[in-house]
Ligand binder design. Structure first.
Ligand code: ADP
Ligand code: MG
Length: 197
């Protein structure tokens, strides 16, 4: 399947072709059409191209004029968060979407100030995001899309309680995408509790 068959916005299609992507990978074929229909998806298959598998539907569904963050991407490490932001920035070049990093080892104060500007997508590691939730410096009440990337890795790093606390803060009716290389009991529990289909 080709990206051109997906009925994406002109801005997103243009960015994809500038990035020289034309054919979807296997995982993208499985995930993108479902997310475009607002379905939740849990994928334990390993495969490449997961970032685009969620970034394309997220950007297709963003309402540019909305002031509150609409999507949250949770990843286990700062490095992965940075890499994800780069991909989003490239894909969002013509949409002019704003993507904000909330990760550790960076100034909490600057992140708080940054959040006062319109932000479309938040990319975060669980520890720092939870800190913002506790300090009331992040507004997750308008989220319509949530991604847990490398969920098993986040659990291995001891983020289980943080993830549960974050999930309790996001609206019930958001769509959710969970990627995990393995499916331990805790991941199965999270997907059962928080994903409706
Ligand atoms: P992972 O599933 O391991 O997280 P990534 O999302 O990081 O994989 O993507 C791995 C590599 O595959 C990246 O370099 C990315 O640019 C490339 N890639 C992703 N989707 C496509 C595609 N549809 N066509 C060609 N290359 C792609
Ligand atoms: Mg990845």
């Amino acid at each position: 399947m080709k990206f051109s068959q997906l009925d994406l916005s002109i801005q997103l299609s243009k960015a994809l072709s500038h990035m020289q992507y034309s054919e979807l990978t296997e995982i993208q074929e499985k995930v993108i059409p479902k997310l475009l229909r607002n379905e939740s998806v849990a994928q334990s298959m390993t495969g490449s191209g997961k970032t685009l598998a969620y970034a394309v539907p997220l950007l297709q569904k963003i309402t540019i004029e909305e002031r509150h963050p609409q999507a949250l991407i949770l990843v286990p490490t700062r490095e992965l968060a940075l890499q994800t932001k780069k991909t989003l920035d490239a894909l969002g070049l013509y949409l002019h979407t704003r993507h904000l990093l909330l990760v550790g080892k960076q100034s909490f104060h600057f992140q708080k100030e940054d959040m006062k500007q319109r932000t479309h997508i938040i990319i975060a590691t669980p520890g720092r995001l939870l800190q913002h939730i506790q300090e009331h410096t992040v507004d997750l009440s308008h989220l319509s899309m949530l991604v847990l990337d490398e969920a098993d890795e986040m659990l291995n790093m001891g983020f289980s309680d943080s993830i549960n606390a974050i999930l309790a803060e996001v609206p019930e009716n958001r769509s959710m995408l969970l990627f995990s290389a393995t499916m331990p009991a805790e991941i199965a529990r999270i997907s059962k509790k928080y994903m409706h289909n």
